[in-house]
Design a protein around this ligand. Sequence first.
Ligand code: TD4
Ligand code: CA
Ligand code: ZN
Length: 310
Amino acid sequence: MGLVTGKEILEVANRDGYAVGAFNINNLEILQGVVAGCIEKNSPVIIAVSEGAIKYAGFDYIVAMVKTAAELSPIPIALHLDHGRDKEIIYRCIKGGFTSVMIDASHLPLEENIKETKVVVEMAHAEGISVEGELGRLKGVEETVSVAEREATLTDPQQAERFVEETGVDFLAPAIGTSHGAFKFKGEAKLDLERLKEIKRRLGIPLVLHGASTVPQRILELALKYGADLKEAKGVPSEQLKKAIALGINKINTDTDLRLAFTGAVRKVLAENPGVFDPRKILGPARDMIAEVVKEKISLFGSSGKARSR
Ligand code: TD4
Ligand code: CA
Ligand code: ZN
C-alpha cells in the first residue's frame, strides 16, 4: 500500500489503547530491518527521519526508499519528520512526500511555540498531513540539578491544553522525564506518570514519548563484549514504558536502541572475521539485528497484529 498519515495510524492506536513505534532510519539497511520486523509482527509503523538523516542520506533518497518500502509492504507505514526545526526542511517535507511532520519549537517561550507550530499545522493540514508538536524539554541527567528545576522542564498540563487548542496539532509530545541517547538516568529511572495521566485526561489526543529507548541489557552486553565504551548506559525500564502506554502514550520514539543494535552487530562481525571486507557481510547482520530489536519493541508496545485494524 502507499504511505498513510501518522494521524491515521495513531488515532486507531489511541482508540484501542496501544502504542506504535516511531523508528529512526538513516540508511537502507536500517529501514529494511525496521520494516522486516514490522511485517513479521503485522504491525503498523512510523518511519522517523531527522533533519540530520535528511542531510546524511539526501531528501530524495529518503523519500524514494520509504515510499518503496510502503509500496512493497502489506502494513501501514507513515513517513514522519522528527524534530523539525528548519522551516525550509519542514516545508519541503510537507510538499515533498512526507505524510507527517513534527515541529519542534519547544525551546521557545510558550507564545512563540504556539505561533510557530500553528503556521506549520495550517500548512500541513492543507496538504492532508498530520503534525506533532512538542511542549516542555527533554533534559539529560547531568543537566538537571534540583527537583524544582526538573519540574520546570516538564510539561504543564494546563499549558498543554492551551497549546493543543490553539495550534490544532494532531498529537503532542509532552516532557515527562525522558531524554535522548544512551545515558538517560544517573540514579533511579523515573517517569512522571501522574503528569502524563493528567495531560491525557485533558487532551484525549494521541501522545508521543521521546527518548524512549530502553537500552536492552542483551544489546548492551553485545556492544561491551566487542569493545564499546558504554559503561554508564541506562534507558527507560520496559515496565515504565508499559505503564506510560496504559496511561495514553501512542507513539514511542526509538533511535538509540537501533543504533546500539546496529553497531553491536557490526562490531561482532568485524571482531570475529578479520578477513571480511564485503560490506554486505558487515551490514547484513546489522540489518537482521535491527529487525530482532524492532520485533521485541512491537511486543512491548502492543501493536502486534494491528496492521489491519481500522
Ligand atoms: O526523536 N528521537 C530520535 C532522535 C534522533 C536524532 O537524530 P539526529 O542525530 O540525526 O539529530 C527520539 O526521541 C529517540 O529517543 P532515544 O531514547 O531512542 O534516544
Ligand atoms: Ca525540543
Ligand atoms: Zn526525540
